[in-house]
Design a protein around this ligand. Structure first.
Ligand SMILES: C[S@@+](CC[C@H](N)C(=O)[O-])C[C@H]1O[C@@H](n2cnc3c(N)ncnc32)[C@H](O)[C@@H]1O
Length: 328
């Protein structure tokens, strides 16, 4: 682990734009900001500095991230509340603290540079390490468990769907053949296999041969897409009218879930055969971004993680609580 202070080790993606989008919802006395992916606290630091009346609840499933962010955010005293949870548990985590609503919510999805930097977590293919990849190291299957126990067809579909790996079948077959000789425990053996199995021409044009397989395993180990599918509607339900949400996605599948989840609230739900729109059919979200916003060249040059970011944001414009209750 490096010894540099957290703020120096880490630059948050699209930080200024995130503040510009969320700060207007956080100016009132007692405003609550929820960072669903606290990480090293970079975005939360920028928000707390820009919104003097706001308190931030920072959620992360990684206890190490909570410790480092806690150090970085110590100057804000009790305006920062760390919470160890998975982000689909945000409504419960807030309710336990007597908080019913969140005026602004941010999700900066995926892994943090802290997780990638720390060899022993097993996220990085350039360093030999145990095949772990759990964001919460206290629970769940590791990447080695996935490789050593999943059926061939499951491995193939994970590699294809989560890694967008063209050679998913070939890799899955090789994994199964190798694990039958001896179970996988460390990343170097996996990387060596990928160097062997991914065709040389593709290695020249498609980047490191382990990139897509590592991404796929990480998404599976942390159930990233299924958790995100549940977490987005849960988070939207916490926004009061005027409350805002912003999401930074780095993978096309997670961005698709975000896009659809926000579009569902921003579109009339009136059945086409109805000649008029009832109040309960009216949209209850307004999109604050046109399509997905990306980082500019200058940011990408200094922060390579920004290269694949897609930012979407929305504001709640209508209360739907009564509708949800009457539908029960
Ligand atoms: C990209 S980093 C966030 C960086 C942060 N915005 C910052 O400025 O430092 C993503 C963080 O979200 C956490 N995370 C990912 N999925 C999560 C989930 N389902 N529940 C809670 N935390 C999650 C990871 O552990 C990681 O620390």
């Amino acid at each position: 682990m490096t010894e540099r202070p957290t703020a120096e080790r880490h630059v948050p993606v699209l930080a200024e734009r995130i503040v510009e989008l969320l700060a207007p919802a956080l100016q009132g006395e007692g405003a609550v900001y929820v960072d669903g992916t606290l990480g090293m606290g970079g975005h939360t630091e920028a928000i707390l500095a820009a919104c003097p009346h706001a308190t931030a609840v920072g959620i992360d499933r990684d206890t190490e991230a909570l410790t480092l962010a806690g150090e970085r955010l110590a100057p804000f005293g009790d305006r920062f509340v760390p919470v160890h949870a998975v982000y689909d548990e945000i409504p419960q985590a807030l309710a336990e603290r007597g908080i019913a609503q969140a005026n602004a919510i941010l999700f900066d999805l995926g892994v943090s540079s802290l997780q990638l930097d720390e060899a022993e977590r097993g996220f990085a293919y350039r360093m030999d390490a145990p095949l772990d990849m759990r964001m919460d190291q206290q629970t769940g299957l590791t990447a080695a468990d996935v490789i050593n126990t999943y059926e061939l067809a499951e491995l193939e579909s994970i590699l294809r769907d989560f890694g967008e790996e063209r050679f998913a079948r070939k890799i899955a077959r090789a994994l199964v053949a190798e694990r039958d000789k001896e179970p996988f425990t460390r990343s170097a053996r996996l990387v060596e296999l990928l160097h062997r199995v991914v065709p040389a021409a593709s290695q020249r044009s498609g980047g490191h041969p382990a990139k897509r397989t590592f991404q796929a395993l990480r998404i599976e180990v942390n159930a990233e897409l299924s958790v995100w599918r549940d977490a987005l509607p849960a988070a939207l339900s916490l926004l009061p009218v005027g409350g805002r949400i912003a999401v930074l996605s780095y993978h096309s599948l997670e961005d698709r879930i975000t896009k659809r989840g926000l579009a569902a609230g921003a579109t009339s739900s009136a059945p086409p055969e109805l000649p008029f729109e009832l109040p309960e059919h009216q949209p209850w979200l307004t999109l604050l971004t046109r399509g997905a916003e990306m980082a500019d060249e200058a940011e990408i040059a200094t922060n390579p993680r920004a290269a694949s970011v897609r930012l979407r944001a929305a504001e709640r414009t209508r209360d739907t609580t009564n509708m949800r209750e009457s539908a029960r």
